[in-house]
Design a protein around this ligand. Structure first.
Ligand SMILES: NC(=O)c1ccc[n+]([C@@H]2O[C@H](COP(=O)([O-])OP(=O)(O)OC[C@H]3O[C@@H](n4cnc5c(N)ncnc54)[C@H](OP(=O)(O)O)[C@@H]3O)[C@@H](O)[C@H]2O)c1
Length: 243
């Protein structure tokens, strides 16, 4: 059975791809850089002997990413999971971005995951598969940083809630993880106010949970308590939070 990983080349997506291959899944790896994907595919094939497909695609500009993913699935075993760890943020996302930069953030964080999910939905339903999305603690409450990114992540969360509302877990397992900080490209060089999780640790939890029905949870779990506190803070105190 095949798992599709959108945003497979680094951070959590790479760790998920490694864990999927280690546990015997064929994988279709999707990201923007063909060389990164070829190197990862060769490594997974060599170390785990699984079938690996790759698709290099810039999701910021792809008109119909779902159709491209469907084409790339030809020749691979039946799809049993779609994982969407793709994401992109930028340090100047503070209300000053122009339309092109806003479009890029929305395309990568919201449009592409939804478009790919829509295109693959019939195949996912046919094989009673799992679809897994990734939100962010940044979406817990609107702040003056990561403005467009957080809006996209909250939109994605709503999309997954709609999927969960529409499909019984016996037909489609709909899983959504709201992530705290991860040690990855997105946080490289940043001074973080709380510890960052290792992508490999989160990936093991996500893959172990693939068969466990539909849900929406924080990962690591203790971020749920942080989000609750942040949401309960009175406005005057929340406004003073800078990090
Ligand atoms: N890092 C954190 O602290 C953190 C916190 C909360 C939530 N998250 C979320 O967790 C998920 C994983 O994050 P991460 O830190 O592992 O990210 P990452 O290391 O930056 O990896 C992002 C992945 O998305 C792909 N991607 C980005 N732009 C793309 C584009 N235009 N076209 C195709 N692929 C593209 C990248 O591939 P290319 O390099 O080829 O473009 C890469 O494989 C994301 O959804 C992120 O928003 C992260």
């Amino acid at each position: 059975m095949t798992a599709v990983v959108i945003g497979a080349s680094s951070g959590l997506g790479r760790a998920l791809s490694v864990e999927l291959a280690r546990t015997g899944h064929a994988v279709l790896l999707v990201a923007s850089d063909a060389r990164d994907l070829a190197a990862l595919a060769a490594d997974l094939q060599l170390r785990h002997g699984v079938q690996v497909g790759t698709l290099a695609l810039d999701l910021a500009v792809a008109a119909d990413p779902g159709a491209r993913v469907m084409e790339a699935l030809a020749g691979l075993p039946t799809i049993r999971a779609l994982l969407l760890p793709v994401g992109m943020s930028r340090s100047d996302d503070d209300g000053s971005l122009g339309p092109a930069a806003i479009g890029q953030l929305l395309a990568i964080n919201l449009h592409a995951p939804i478009a790919v999910a829509h295109a693959l939905l019939p195949a996912l339903l046919e094989s009673r598969a799992a679809i897994v999305g990734f939100g962010s603690i940044a979406g817990a409450r609107g702040r003056s940083r990561n403005i467009v990114y957080a809006a996209a992540k909250r939109g994605l969360e709503t999309f997954f809630e709609s999927l969960r509302h529409r499909h019984l877990p016996t037909a489609l397992r709909v899983q959504f993880y709201r992530l705290g900080f991860l040690r990855s490209n997105l946080t490289f060089g940043m001074k973080l106010p709380l510890p960052a999780a290792e992508p490999e640790v989160v990936a093991r939890k996500v893959i172990a949970g693939l068969r466990k029905g539909s849900f929406d949870r924080y990962q690591p779990r203790w971020w749920g308590m942080i989000a609750l506190i942040v949401r309960c803070l009175p406005w005057f105190a929340f406004r003073r939070m800078k990090d």
